[in-house]
Write a protein that binds this ligand. Sequence first.
Ligand SMILES: *Cc1c(COP(=O)(O)O)cnc(C)c1O
Length: 483
Amino acid sequence: MNYISTRGAGIGERHTFSDILLGGLAKDGGLYLPAEYPRVSADELARWRALPYADLAFEILSKFSDDIAPDDLRALTRRTYRADVYCNVRADEDASAITPLKTLGVEGGAPLSLLALSNGPTLAFKDMAMQLLGNLFEYALAKEGRTLNILGATSGDTGSAAEYAMRGKSGIRVFMLSPHRKMSAFQTAQMYSLREPNIFNLAIEGVFDDCQDIVKAVSNDHAFKARQRIGTVNSINWARVVAQVVYYFKGYFAATRSNDERVSFTVPSGNFGNVCAGHIARMMGLPIEKLVVATNENDVLDEFFRTGAYRVRGAAQTYHTSSPSMDISKASNFERFVFDLLGRDPARVLQLFRDVEEKGGFDLAASGDFARVREFGFVSGRSTHDDRIAAISDVFARYGVMIDTHTADGLKVAREHLQAGVPMIVLETAQPIKFGESIREALGRDPERPAAFEGLEALPQRFEVLPSDAERVKAFIATHTGL
Ligand SMILES: *Cc1c(COP(=O)(O)O)cnc(C)c1O
């Protein structure tokens, strides 16, 4: 499998899965994609239906990473997708499914269900890919005799998923910046209670944007970055995207009886990483009818899929909402889909994303390209705070199921795209305990708390408070790497 950049650099060069695993953007600023998507045969699809999650992951990942020895890859997927890691299931769910499908009911003639992706250590779907990444990184670094220092900024979900994936891994340290005293008590406790010596929580005296600016400043110091072997695990990482392809297959098998049926998926979206994986599953031949992109008030993606105009927002137009993990102003994985939409023409992708930098966006309405969006199965919708509060209380009243605010956005939008006879699977991206305030607003009661999280907030916490100053962060990193 060879990988190419969406902007065309390195055409004719060879990039394997391992080559791009530890990197970020391609050198021309584009994103990596396979030179062509592997197709799944009818025989394979039939055989995969009965596989446990870890072995299904092996089958799918091996099509994208033929440079990793099959025995090694199988060991990695079996180590990652274990019932005792994805153990935070509700009483009526089966942890061995890893991503259990929860049937709600039939609405508008469509069987409606939730695919539970948030049973991992941090109770959000990011664990699905990040746990694999931790094991892949450790494997790749050991092979090359290298070490890696991961630097990141978080306002919640990503940082904790990264820390729980990398804790105790040899050859890896994590330096995670978060805004001091600005995260919820639950999220703070989740990250700061980790005791592994390779995890460093840096509480920055500032807001999330300050943390992000520091990460950018440190990354732009190329000499420092090289000397300190700094890397990232952000949402454009290809291995994260491809790991997410697996649960679209798993969800399809759980919602159907035969491979002649089609299903639709609704995906609560921010950076377009999750639904990009759905797009790839569909390109591989999984019978997906629609991919429904659900946004919150930050509706840059909904606007594109309705009108063809992609207009990124400035900080002042990026709203803080009650589904905060979808509060994005530009969708970092979107370029991967645009590349396919434009018939894989890197020169046009380069031009369009230059327009994003220079003019704040582009509009495909006038060209014939936008019409093809529907051929790729994409539709969309948006949800507001009132919509998600209504969805949480409706689903609880009707089905006795408590959902979080992001999943509620998905459910609200899914209901606008139901088709009789086509199962609709809403991806459940987090558990309600992470967003207790909205649950209390919707239901007048506290969210359910998985047993493993009893007393979390009372555990001792480990973190270092630093001023919002890139030089101080650099000094901290250098002292603790000894490089
Ligand atoms: C990250 C996240 C999303 C958005 O996923 P993208 O891949 O960025 O589109 C949705 N819900 C939750 C709970 C998340 O943590």
